[in-house]
Design a protein around this ligand. Sequence first.
Ligand SMILES: Nc1ncnc2c1ncn2[C@@H]1O[C@H](COP(=O)(O)OP(=O)(O)O)[C@@H](O)[C@H]1O
Ligand SMILES: [Mg+2]
Length: 312
Amino acid sequence: MDDAPVIHTHALTKRYHGGQLAVDRLDLTVPAGSVFGFLGPNGSGKTTTIRMLMGLIEPTSGAARVLGQPVPRAARTVLPQVGALIEGPALYGFLSGRDNLLRYDAADPTADPRTRRTRVAAALERVGLTAAAGKKAKAYSLGMKQRLGLAAALLQPRRLLVLDEPTNGLDPQGMREIRSLVRELASDGTTVFLSSHPLDEIEQVCTHVAVMAQGRLVTQGPVAELAAGARGRLVVITPDTAEAARVLKEQGAADVTSEEDRVAAEPPDRDLAEVNAALVTAGVRVRGFTVERASLEDAFVALTGEGFDVAG
Ligand SMILES: Nc1ncnc2c1ncn2[C@@H]1O[C@H](COP(=O)(O)OP(=O)(O)O)[C@@H](O)[C@H]1O
Ligand SMILES: [Mg+2]
C-alpha cells in the first residue's frame, strides 16, 4: 500500500446539457486501503461523480485522478485495475447468472480466457450465488442481481472497487453479506469506494466518508472524527415529560424535544450527574438517563441543517 491517494479530484464539476449543475467543484481524496463511503441523499451527485471517475462521462471542468492516472484521458490503462458496479448492472435476462459473467468477462480484453470458468465460479461463490448460478437472470431478485453485478466487479483482482449503492434493494441479511464481503476485500488491501443513501448501513463498514448535498461536498474525513464532530443527544426516559423538559431547559440544555415517555436535548456544558440530580430533586421519575452517540445522520443534519432524506 503506498501513500498516494487512490482517487483524487480537484474542482471536479459536471453541468449536464440543459443546465443542471450535478457536481460542483468537488475536491475528493480517497486514501489507499480505505473503505470510503460516498454519502448523500438522492440527487446529490454521487452517481455523476462515479461516472466521471470511471471515464463514462466528461467533466465540464476540473480534474480527476484514479490510481494516479488522469481520467478520462488514461481510462483505458487504469480501468482494468478497477472493478465497478454502477447503478444496477446491465444484465441479459435470458442468460443465466453464470453465462452473464462469462459473457462479461469475454468482453474484457485484459481477461485471460483460460482461467475464465474458474474465475467466474470463484466470483459466484464469493457473493453467495453458486446455487443460483444456472438460473436465468430475469428470475433473480433485485438483491441477487445486485450480487451478480458485484461478482462481475470481482472477476479479476482489483486495486480499487467502485460500488454505486451496492446495498440498494437488499434485505438486512443481504446488506450484512455485502458488508462482510466489503470488509474481506478491504483486508486483502483493496481500496473500496462505495456510495450509499442510507447512512447507518455504511457507518459500520467505512473507515472514511465524504458527504454530498446538492452537488457539493459537505465534509470528508475519517468516520470516527466525523461522528465525534456532532454531539450526541441527552435522553431522559420518564412519565413526567413536561417537568423533565422544564428542568432540562433550566439546566441549560438546548433543543429540548419530548415524545411519549422520552425527552431529548442537546446536552448542556456541565456535569451530567448534576443534571440528573436536578431532575430527581424536582420530583421527575427518571427511568432512563443516557447520552446517545451521534450518528453520521446527526452529523449530516448538523452540517447541512437538513434531514437526510430530502431529495436534492
Ligand atoms: N443524464 C442526466 N442529465 C441531466 N441531469 C442529470 C442526469 N443524470 C443526473 N442528473 C441530475 O444530476 C443530479 C445528480 O444526480 P446523480 O448524480 O444521479 O445523484 P445521486 O447518484 O446522488 O442520486 C440530479 O439533480 C439529477 O437529476
Ligand atoms: Mg445514484
